[in-house]
Design a protein around this ligand. Sequence first.
Ligand SMILES: *Cc1c(COP(=O)(O)O)cnc(C)c1O
Length: 416
Amino acid sequence: MDFSNLHKTDPEIASAIDQELQRQRDSIELIASENFTSPSVMEAMGSVLTNKYAEGYPGKRYYGGCEKVDIVENLAIDRVCKLYGSKFANVQAHSGSGANMSAYMALLQPGDKILGMALDNGGHLSHGAKVSFSGKVYHSVSYGVDPQTERINMDDVAAIAEREKPQVIVAGASAYPRTIDFEAFAEVAKSVGAYLVVDMAHIAGLVAAGYHPTPVGVADIVTSTTHKSLRGPRGGFVLTNDEELAKKIDKATFPGLQGGPLMHVIAGKAVAFGEALQPSFKEYIGRVVENAAQLGKGMTDGGLRLVSGGTDNHLCLVDLTPANVTGKEAEEVLGTVGITCNKNTIPNEKQKASIASGVRIGSPAMTTRGFNAEESYRIGQLIAQTVFNKDDQEVLDRIHGEINDMLAKHPLYPEL
Ligand SMILES: *Cc1c(COP(=O)(O)O)cnc(C)c1O
């Protein structure tokens, strides 16, 4: 992309963007919710579409001059429906949390009850956490993981649903390394007369590529982000096969929650959906899953413990207590050797969330950058070595050197 204008008119912002590009290049990105979107997606987002007001939906807008943006939004809708085999889609949500707001507003009245996965067990803020709109507007209750297996136990979920009688059950997570049984959730929802919302934000790319069972056709409503494993621009979308629900979702999104849609971002979403429809995306996700497994193997061989004993998807949740290091300390020391990740609570957590006993390690971004299975295993070993030697500067310097050599083999955005 050409930033020559920005460098002239606003050198402060241009410089911060340059520095951020350099930061992204200089470390191995293992934050499970991040990815590197394509230059084509970024071009669409940096386009004249940002100038256009388009309140409403294609063919039914509240402004003139929407013929061209209608092409964009219709393509985004058609492509995402094709990608997931869905009948209806709304692609206007500004974010994943916004997509969830739309789903809840379509199904619930304020004060109704939602049952979601607890934040400290891997759920998301917008699944009923008390500090979130979802825990303030709605009466929220939660399920967690089994303390022994560290996996969702569907008998427990069924018992909580039976006792609480929620109007909506939310399935989906931000820090859960295992396959989620959406069919079992649908059965529980049906048995208590609840709607099922599946939030596939983290695994949207895996679902699109067939590496995780799909919630489409199983849940009443499916919500997602576009910027995680799906590798699109920052944003959200909502799917359903039910025509009445589709109308309610549209109304909830606009005028219920948002004004004008971000047409430049919707264009970026359309480009990303088009990319995800290519055979190369399936291959990419295959490598994402393989690399996550190898990262996990490297870390366990290095002496760390994986929550639930392994991973089925794009992330590992790592228990650092064998190294006697907190999540906060690990995040910091890994940063100094060129590895970016985030601290995370683990099941049966003994620390505050701001300290935590684990880190979350994800493979989508590093796989986009080109790291292979062998390198992933090595990175896993280096993560373990780093946390076990966090006070030995000599060891840390050697690891940082090895990381830098690996980074140099996989240049990020060489065209920029
Ligand atoms: C990331 C995430 C979201 C929220 O996405 P934002 O775009 O940050 O609002 C929602 N649900 C789940 C499960 C997520 O992991």
